[in-house]
Design a protein around this ligand. Sequence first.
Ligand code: TEU
Length: 577
Amino acid sequence: MTLGTATDRSTTDEAAAWWRSAVVYQIYPRSFADSDGDGIGDLNGITAHLDHLEALGVDVLWLSPVYPSPQDDNGYDISDYQDVDPLFGTLADLDRLLEALHARGMKLVMDLVVNHTSDEHPWFVESRSSATNPKRDWYWWRPSRPGHEPGEPGAEPTNWGSFFSGSAWELDEATGEYFLHLFSRKQPDLNWENPEVRQAVYAMMRWWLDRGVDGFRMDVINMISKDTSLPDGPLRGDGLYGDGSAYFITGPRIHEFLREMHAEVFEGRDAQLLTVGEMPGVTPEHAVLFTDPARRELDMVFQFEHVGLDHGDGKFDPRPLDLRDLKHSLGRWQEALAETGWNSLYWNNHDQPRIVSRFGDDGEFRRQSATMLGTVLHLHRGTPYVYQGEELGMANVGFTSVDQLRDIESVNHYRAAVAAGEDPAVVLDGIRKMGRDNARTPMQWDAGPQAGFTTGEPWIEVNPDHVDVNAAAQVDDPGSVFHHYRRLIELRHREPAVVHGDFTMLLPEHPAAYVFTREHDGVQLLVLGNFSGETLRLDLPDADAWADAELVIGNYDGGTDIAELRPWEGRVHRRSV
Ligand code: TEU
């Protein structure tokens, strides 16, 4: 793909919006490729596997955190923003990776985790050292609730629960005050109200851009502005803690902060950069504002609606997906951002269970369902993200014991739920289906020992299915999931209707078929996906007009009637209009 010439980002022309025709590949470095045999993936492991990315045809690599970290949340707890953790290599290794990517025409987007730091970051070490330290106000310190002694049950400043179980407040014995941590107690929240915090973050971001990186994926960036009065929230499903999200999701100053960041960090740079904000709980109404180019906030956001549709009473209490909900949700986002703004498109990342196990069939129809899911996603309007292993149809693990779990969220949830009297087998079943470790088992390179990921003992078990599902087996097989993803990416690069086309949902009430059209400049695409193992006959509007249309991509050999869909079939047809 041609990226065009460099332009000022203040323009909204196609060169500035180069990411509209790009596909991003996410790497979770700990689980991608281990070059030194310590069982943990590293930067040199990534650099050694760039042929894989180039063969797939992706344009951008988003790298989950590699910064120095105590690894309480696998690197999302950062103790130094301007270095590399020895686990993953050195800054020089990162520079080499960056250079190698640029030499192949690919870009590198870094993870930016600035809602919180590690409690071992020097900023927090200073902040906690005394109530009068100049950095005290860089974090959220509060005394105990009036009428309560610090440490007493219920003395926390608010009733908020953390995302990783337990209270969102931790008592610091030295000063007798509590600090806020929306995630683990080793991830204290930064106080963005303090302008010194904001300037320190902007300076760090400029340092990375000056080093040559091509943008940032911003972790929970819609949580940085909090309601400073910190009110209690309604009780959560656990009955123990409150849900404070109304007071920190898309908070009062969030748009102001992101506009300031844009002005301080990105404005006037002539490189082609990408900014994507991770935003749990974001609404389409706010997403339009965040991604309106004229407002100069972000290029796109990750929304969470479609990956919450199979949650019951919390994420670990899954229920089957109703396809109509999925179409309604994604359709609504397509519509909301049709005129202004831009969508990101994803099924997977390092926090989500594997899509082929979740919305597909990881048994008999694994290849068909993985390729159908990829087809449907990539044909929406927006920038698609491929998470490592998704291009192979990698599946959930089927954990059978809590000893196999590594993720702090799952481990804490298991402990808290069992302590609260829930049946351990039921708790483990929820984690087996929804736990984040499903996404974090090693990348499956080949059928050999440890799937070719490491010569040592991997930090988390390799999925036993790697003997069948692995990159080596797929790169030489044109019928593989890998080659289907490669063709989808190629299609986006050559077919403007995929990038720019208007989106129209068809058959919204059909319980098993996902059908839509895209139209641009005299070209219409028809996208069909069967979310079931049954053959479907559709009552397709305009079926005659499509009868002789070209088949652009499909996951079955040989043609069929336009209105028929075989089990988990996915197809794209093209015609002139
Ligand atoms: O995740 C944000 C987030 O809210 C969830 O997706 C989270 O993974 C969890 O499942 C909530 O139930 C981001 C990162 O992607 C995640 O890996 C980090 O753990 C988290 O922020 C904290 O930095």
